[in-house]
Design a protein around this ligand. Structure first.
Ligand code: SAH
Ligand code: F3S
Length: 447
């Protein structure tokens, strides 16, 4: 069998796509290897969200070029968002690349690779294609958690974001196809799925008949053996009362909500074309906490968006406290080709972005620690997913609100179980606890 090495950058959707590619190529007798020096084909799945992500890819392609001088038969492919965004410019800047293809062409990866091997000349495939749900996956016995893409694309056109260009229009996969995929995963021992979409809470409105994420939750909830449902990423603009009710009523949906805010200043939000105000965002958070008091929130924030003043920034800073986030991801604004914000006049200096980044993270760490402090003394459900990083004698897992918990399983809890754990101690990056009662057995694993 010929050998394939996959390198994945970027988001969970890319991880999912890489798995699909591995599954499809496996059907054509390509075997995965983790060692790039023994590969006959190396595929780099790329991310274009920020310039830094692209720099990483080009520097990796530079390394691979050296590898190719030693092994001229090696085929190098670039797929994903950078392929879609830069198309033929990739091969101009990195001439060792034999194949460039965008996400719509993933279903035809086998054919494209064959073409490169046959014709021995560069292949570029970045056209639009029909929406195909590819369910091929490499075998993954014992996989506890899996991502499942439920919709592709985004058409929100936030002025900073390249995704509408790289991932195309919003297209949902039919619910029965998704449920079928989750059923197959659960039958193999999977206990947690994360439903993925760039604007996952806009799911289903393009289908006939239309449906929504709440309804999809209910259907996925019925899958036997599955214990938890997560979902990402949501956009505040599409958040409906129906979804909030589903968060409350569908038992397997976890109390963790990633709700990107981007900025706390209405002026900046408007220039970003986000479609909501800080007041509306706070109202949504209040409604969600009202329905689900234990809900933990995380968010994405951008510092140094063009025109962001110190006063705008102060408003973002204040939102960390006002919402009480468990987790915050901060990004320095990065100019992306073809986006409206890239050509706005008042770009912010890098040192200002750096200082705002640091200040946001300080506030986020402090608020996150306050939030975890409240968990001491509570008994929480933990999905056991392995052993503790620091102490192999201890088990490790996550709460429904996505906190890492390490605890002594006392020989009666094992990987895949839902254990009730009493939280004794709160550390900066994890919780420590004691097993509170005999865990519910993972039915699908003990068969
Ligand atoms: N679909 C998601 C966003 C996906 S991109 C949503 O609705 O928000 C993930 C994160 O990257 C975004 O939330 C944003 O915070 C950040 N990001 C996107 N474009 C960026 C840019 N040009 N510069 C810096 N950060 C950016
Ligand atoms: Fe990007 Fe905004 Fe869509 S951040 S992915 S254009 S919701």
């Amino acid at each position: 069998m010929a050998k394939l090495h996959l390198i994945t950058y970027g988001c969970q959707m890319n991880e999912y796509d890489s798995e699909r590619v591995a599954g499809l190529l496996r059907e054509r007798r390509w075997e995965l290897t983790s060692d790039e020096t023994e590969a006959d084909l190396i595929l780099v799945n790329t991310c274009a969200i920020r310039e830094k992500a692209e720099d990483k890819v080009f520097s990796k392609l530079g390394e691979l070029r050296l590898l190719k001088t030693q092994r001229p038969d090696l085929v190098i492919g670039v797929m994903g968002c950078m392929a879609q965004l830069h198309q033929s410019a990739i091969q101009r800047r990195a001439p060792a690349v034999d194949l460039v293809f965008g996400s719509p062409a993933i279903a035809r990866v086998g054919e494209l690779v064959d073409r490169v091997l046959r014709e021995r000349q560069p292949v570029l495939e970045t056209g639009e294609g029909p929406l195909v749900k590819i369910t091929a996956r490499p075998p993954a016995a014992g996989r506890l958690k899996a991502f499942v893409t439920v919709m592709e694309g985004c058409e929100k056109y936030c002025t900073f974001c390249v995704v509408p260009q790289t991932r195309g229009r919003e297209r949902s996969h039919p619910p029965e196809v998704i449920v079928d995929e989750v059923q197959r995963l659960a039958a193999q021992g999977c206990r947690e799925v994360t439903l993925l979409g760039q604007t996952v809470n806009a799911y289903g409105r393009d289908l006939t008949p239309p449906t929504d994420l709440g309804e999809l939750f209910a259907r996925v909830n019925d899958v036997e053996g599955l214990a938890r449902i997560r979902f990402t990423t949501s956009n505040p603009y599409n958040l409906t009362p129906r979804l909030i009710r589903a968060l409350r009523d569908v038992p397997k949906v976890c109390e963790y909500f990633h709700l990107p805010l981007q900025s706390g200043s209405n002026r900046v939000l408007e220039r970003m074309n986000r479609g909501y105000t800080r007041e509306r965002y706070l109202e949504l958070v209040a409604e969600i906490r009202d329905a689900v008091p234990a809900m933990a929130f995380s968010t994405d924030l951008i510092v140094g968006f063009p025109g962001e003043t110190e006063a705008d920034f102060a408003q973002t800073l204040a939102m960390i406290e006002a919402v009480g986030y468990d987790n915050v991801f901060v990004f320095r604004y990065s100019r992306r080709p073809g986006t409206p914000a890239a050509t706005m006049a008042d770009q912010v200096a890098e040192d200002v972005k750096a200082s705002r980044n640091t200040r946001l993270l300080e506030a986020a760490t402090r608020v996150g620690a306050e939030r975890s402090g409240r968990l001491t003394g509570r008994t929480m459900e933990v999905l056991v997913d392995g052993t503790s990083k620091k102490n192999a004698g201890e088990l490790s897992g996550r709460t429904r609100c996505n906190r890492v918990v390490n605890f002594d399983g006392q020989g009666s809890a094992s990987v895949g179980d839902l254990a009730q754990v009493h939280i004794d101690q709160v550390l900066p990056h994890s919780l420590r606890g004691t097993l509170a009662s005999r865990p519910e057995e993972a039915a699908c694993l003990s068969k």
